[in-house]
Design a protein around this ligand. Structure first.
Ligand SMILES: NC(=O)c1ccc[n+]([C@@H]2O[C@H](COP(=O)([O-])OP(=O)(O)OC[C@H]3O[C@@H](n4cnc5c(N)ncnc54)[C@H](O)[C@@H]3O)[C@@H](O)[C@H]2O)c1
Length: 370
């Protein structure tokens, strides 16, 4: 199959759909890979590096879209890309269609088969193509917290790990899933005192085991949240209720309990955030202050580290890309987890949550592959 990798055109997006190592795997499996010139610039991968991996370099996005059978990207296609997609072509990328009716119309109109990374599931029902970006964001959240705690950034002027003879910062992590675990790991590694709050007792048991007593765990109640944020220097927002807006665990009123110059990093901002006072920010202007509390609320945190993020994403997507390249749409029949990724095919919507959010009719994917 011919696999195409266009350069990402969404603003401030520097990741790339396939890194050179993934190109090499596809070429070794007998596929052709066509990469748009300078698609890898954001991760420091030159056209020559892609050529050495076995790719052909295309002079334009038009060339990639017009000749590839499978398009592999990172971000949802932009308006100029919808019109380039066509029936019989497979698009594999993050789509996040539910809040984006214009893109949904574009993909429906294209007739192409659009498979979304974020709705692919694994055997346990988890989301394997979302997890790598949560890992990146979780680890970054503590770096962001450390910088925001600095005096010139409006923070308390505190070093996360303290020094011998001076106590470390207290970090409270709301939500002990993928983001929360990676945040806790980084914070513990730097020597901070860490508490994880989650509503799931089985999850808290796992975390207690995982950290061998180096973190405190608490069940999520209003009282626990109030008590912990009052003592915290840093609060990481990492709760997720799949398919729903993030629960607002910290109201504006509760923010008054916190120390002046304390920091909140609301990683869950992409789902609306778990602090009432959060609003999405960008890497160019990442934080703002409300009632003396520094808020860091960047909605696409992994975008700051496109090199790590592209490789982390490719590690997870490559097996699926190989399956699609080997078998085309037949891969959907064989792999129910990949099938769950199908959002739009030949003008019809195949994901019930997406259809419901957009008020569109929904076709059962099992009828397609039957
Ligand atoms: N800002 C970014 O750049 C960025 C990047 C990646 C992920 N995220 C977001 O981070 C959030 C967390 O993602 P994840 O992959 O860690 O999710 P996850 O499903 O792995 O973990 C979520 C955790 O929240 C817990 N939870 C749910 N309701 C709770 C409540 N009321 N109180 C306490 N805990 C509660 C769950 O039990 C679960 O352990 C998501 O909103 C995700 O979209 C943001």
């Amino acid at each position: 199959m011919r696999v195409g990798v266009p350069k990402e055109i969404k603003s401030e997006e520097y990741r790339v759909g396939l890194v050179p190592a993934s190109v090499r795997e596809l070429v070794a499996a007998g596929h052709e890979v066509l990469v748009e010139t300078s698609a890898g610039t954001g991760i420091g991968a030159s056209d020559d590096e892609y050529r050495r991996a076995g790719a052909q370099i295309a002079a334009s996005a038009e060339e990639v879209f017009s000749s590839a059978d499978l398009i592999v990207k990172v971000k949802e296609p932009q308006a100029s890309e919808w019109s380039r997609l066509r029936e019989g072509q497979i698009l594999f990328t993050y789509l996040h269609l539910a809040p984006d009716p214009a893109q949904a119309r574009g993909l429906i109109g294209s007739g192409a088969t659009s498979i979304a990374y974020e709705t692919v599931v694994d055997a346990s029902g988890a989301l394997p193509l979302l997890a790598p970006m949560s890992e990146v964001a979780g680890r970054l959240s503590i770096e962001a917290a450390g910088q925001s705690l600095r005096r010139h950034a409006g923070g308390r002027g505190l070093l996360l790990g303290g020094v011998p003879g001076v106590k470390p910062a207290r970090v409270v992590v709301l939500g002990g899933g993928v983001v929360g675990t990676q945040a806790a790991r980084m914070a513990v590694g730097l020597g901070a005192e860490v508490t994880i709050i989650d509503k799931s007792i089985p999850r808290l048991r796992q975390l207690d085991d995982l950290f061998g007593g180096r973190v405190r765990t608490r069940v999520s109640t209003i009282e626990a949240v109030e008590q912990e944020i009052a003592e915290a220097d840093v609060v990481i927002g990492a709760v997720l209720v799949p398919g729903a807006s993030a629960p607002r665990l910290v109201t504006r009123e509760m923010l008054k309990l916190m120390k002046q110059g304390a920091v909140v990093v609301d990683v869950a901002i992409d789902q609306g955030g778990c602090f009432e006072t959060s609003r999405p920010t960008t890497h160019a202007d990442p934080s703002f202050i409300v009632d003396g509390i520094v808020h860091y609320c960047v909605a696409n945190m992994p975008g700051a580290v496109p090199l790590t993020s592209s490789y982390a994403l490719n590690n997870a997507t490559l097996p699926y890309v190989l399956e699609l390249a080997d078998s085309g749409l037949a891969a959907l029949a064989r792999n129910p987890g990949l099938r769950a990724g199908l959002n739009v095919h030949r003008g019809r919507v195949y994901n019930s949550a997406v259809a419901e959010s957009l008020g569109l009719p929904f076709d059962d994917v099992d009828t397609l592959v039957a």
